[in-house]
Write a protein that binds this ligand. Structure first.
Ligand code: AMP
Length: 209
């Protein structure tokens, strides 16, 4: 199955992508994680995208599209995949249409004020990129990643000023995709619940119909 998880930054795309990954045994393709990894390794791409990412702007379409085209040809994507954070513009959605037919688009809907509150408590593993929340999804041991034991940190673009910028970018550049996929009959809207498990149950239901 080929899925897209759509939603504002902080809507819970990464968390729900992990839930679906475990259920369907297909990989998550997160452009945010791929770009952060390029930055951490100091690659040419990483150097090109740092300023965009740190300011909360979108990385230029052509860079992201090339990155995705390369990633989806890898063997693990043959059975299906879950896109998290891609596409983020109509141009990216159109480019994806040229190379792959997706089966469904799950739109995680959350109000902006809930997102700003959530992002202030988000903690991220710099190694394996697993995300936690200090209240709703804490790690077993405070400040330590359950999966790889690394010390958790706060993403530099999770500070309130950059979060507001990322939300503005989302409404302007990414939200038009909702209509794009609605018109293709692919959109499944999930109204997010206060708990991760509550939202996962709705995601599961959306995948069955
Ligand atoms: P994320 O981890 O998905 O919240 O993405 C973090 C940052 O990476 C975004 O604020 C953008 O700067 C960049 N980014 C991730 N995915 C994309 C994309 N599909 N198009 C453009 N920029 C992206």
């Amino acid at each position: 199955m080929r899925l897209i998880l759509l939603g504002a930054p902080g809507a819970g795309k990464g968390t729900q992508a992990d839930f679906i990954k475990d259920k369907l045994e297909i990989p998550v393709v997160s452009t945010g994680n791929l770009l952060r990894s390029a930055m951490a390794h100091g690659t040419e791409l990483g150097k090109k995208v740092t300023a965009y990412m740190e300011s909360g702007s979108l990385v230029p379409d052509e860079l992201v599209i090339d990155l995705v085209k390369e990633r989806i040809t890898q063997d693990d994507c043959a059975k299906g995949l879950i896109f998290d954070g891609f596409p983020r513009t109509v141009a990216q959605a159109e480019a994806l249409d040229q190379v792959m037919k997706v089966d469904a688009v799950i739109f995680l809907h959350v109000e902006d004020d809930v997102i700003v509150k959530r992002m202030s408590g988000r903690r991220t593993c710099p190694e394996c990129q697993t995300t936690y929340h200090i209240v709703s999804h804490p790690p077993k041991q405070e400040g330590i990643c359950d999966k790889c034991g690394s010390v958790l940190g706060i993403r530099s673009d999770d500070n309130p000023e950059v979060v507001r910028q990322r939300l503005a970018v989302y409404h302007k550049q990414t939200e038009p995709i909702v209509k794009y996929y609605e018109a293709q009959g692919l959109l499944k809207v999930v109204e997010c619940e206060p708990t991760i498990e509550g939202t996962s149950a709705l995601v599961e239901k959306a995948l069955e119909v």
